[in-house]
Design a protein around this ligand. Structure first.
Ligand SMILES: [Zn+2]
Length: 280
């Protein structure tokens, strides 16, 4: 399952709480070949050795990307895009059997990262960070849908108009007008806004754009406040409490608002569940 902006924000905040000022004692990598081949882990495993002796100074995040900044100009960049278990362990007793990267701190605590889908686990110098694809993608000029007060409705509306594209392309992926969202958030947002998944943004009325903007803020803020999605685990291995209003969990069910049967279409490289009556 995918990790989106709300879960990334929660992870980054929990990391700030737990690993700030900790010094890396050692590391271990396993089962890395596949991720290395597609460039999601460093080609040379000894690049991770550069993290040893470094102290965590700051944790920043944007979109789906977490940058753990250390002294000695080093960084660990995580992008759990298509699913990952990123866990903190107060001792070795809770260490998982499998990890892609395990980091031990000098106080005997650990951080383990296991990608369950595609995603980045990368050791990089301050200079190398700038060249990473996910950094260019998410630490970009594209607005974040929550947490940035200059991302006003006017700006959102302007961006939708400039691009004039299918609503999914406007919310998810390379041409999106916001960072950090994927198919899961998309389904919830357009259901709440009453917009059909096949609509083009150039046909939106002002009211529809307002509905979309408000729904996006509402869905994401609600998910952050509820500790993330209910099928996702946070840094402490605890599930979130947010049950999606629309998505695969609504398969074969009726719309709670109008009673119509929920439908599913293949759209934009994924399955989209929607209410054929409420979403126009
Ligand atoms: Zn409905």
């Amino acid at each position: 399952m995918s990790v989106e902006l709300p879960e990334t924000q929660i992870l980054a905040e929990q990391m700030t709480d737990k690993i700030l000022e900790k010094k890396i004692k050692s590391y271990d990598t396993t089962d890395t070949a596949k991720l290395q081949k597609i460039g999601f882990m460093n080609k040379k495993l000894k690049d991770y050795a550069r993290l040893v002796g470094c102290k965590v100074k700051e944790i920043t995040y944007r979109g789906n990307v977490i940058r753990i900044q250390m002294n000695k100009k080093m960084n660990l960049v995580l992008c759990p895009d298509y699913g990952a278990k990123i866990l903190y362990h107060k001792n070795k007793e809770t260490l998982p059997k499998k990890h892609h990267l395990k980091v031990e701190f000098t106080d005997g605590t650990y951080l383990t990262i296991r990608q369950t889908g595609m995603g980045l686990v990368y050791s990089a110098t301050d200079q190398e960070v700038e060249d990473l694809y996910v950094i260019k993608r998410d630490f970009s000029d594209t607005p974040s849908p929550v947490g940035e007060h200059d991302f006003t409705f006017e700006r959102f509306s302007e961006l939708l108009d400039v691009k004039g594209q299918n609503i999914k392309a406007a919310i998810v992926g390379k041409t999106a007008v916001v960072v950090g969202l994927s198919n899961a958030a998309f389904q919830e947002i357009i259901y709440k806004a009453g917009i059909h998944p096949k609509r083009n943004t150039s046909t939106f009325t002002d009211d529809e754009k307002h509905e979309l903007y408000d729904s996006m803020k509402q869905v994401l803020n609600e998910r952050i406040c509820s500790g993330g999605k209910d099928n996702w685990l946070n840094l402490y291995g605890e599930p979130g409490r947010h049950t999606p209003v629309m998505g695969p969990n609504m398969k074969d069910k009726d719309c709670p608002a109008c009673g119509a049967g929920i439908e599913k279409i293949a759209h934009g490289g994924g399955q989209v569940y929607f209410c054929p009556r409420c979403q126009r």
